[in-house]
Write a protein that binds this ligand. Sequence first.
Ligand SMILES: [Zn+2]
Length: 210
Amino acid sequence: MKIRNSIMEVSRLLYSKNLATAFEGNISVIEDDKIYITPNGICKGFITSDMLVVMDLKGNVLEGDYKPSSEVRMHLAAYKSRPDIKSVIHAHPPYATAFAVANKPIETKAYPEMIILYGKIPLAAYGTPSTDEIYRGMDQYIKEYDIILLANHGVIAFGSDVYDAFFKMESAEGIAKVLTLAERLGGEKELPQNKLDELYELRKKHKAKA
Ligand SMILES: [Zn+2]
C-alpha cells in the first residue's frame, strides 16, 4: 500500500504543480521485480490507488483493471539499464519541454545550482511516442544522467524512489524556467572561468556522493 500511496501523492503533485496537464505523463516504481505504473488516459490529478497497474519486467500485466501507460516500454528500458533506478517519471512540464521542443539541452554557465546538481540535462534524439524508438535515444545518456530531455516531446527523470524522481522533475522545470526568463532579460551572465572551475569541482563531489 505504501508504494501505491506514494505514487498517488506524487501523481497529484505533478498535476497540481502543472508538471503534467490533462492526460500527460506517467509514473512508475519498481519493487521486488514488480513495476507499479500509472494507467493510460487518466489525468494525474484524479488517479486512485486501485487504478495502478502492476507488471513484471517483461511487460506482462500481473494486477489491475486498467491499461498501463502507453510509455511503459520506456520505463522498462530504464529499469533494465540501471538497477539503481527505483522510480521513473515522465512528464511534459512546459519550460523544460520547451527546451526539448527547441532541441536544446539545458546547460548554463551562470546558474551554480544547476551546474552542481546536474552538470547538464542532455537532449536525447527524437522517437515517436509509444514506440520503442522513443527511448533508444536515451541509451547514450542514461548511465550518466538522472534527467534527460526527449527531443520534441518532454522530460524523463529517474530516482532512488518516487519522491526523488519527482523532485528531479520539479527541479528541472524550475531551472528551465529561470534560464528562459534570464533569456528574456538579455541572456545569462556567464561566471568567470575560475568560478566555473570551482563549480565543476563541486559537481564532481556531488556526483560521487550521489
Ligand atoms: Zn510523453
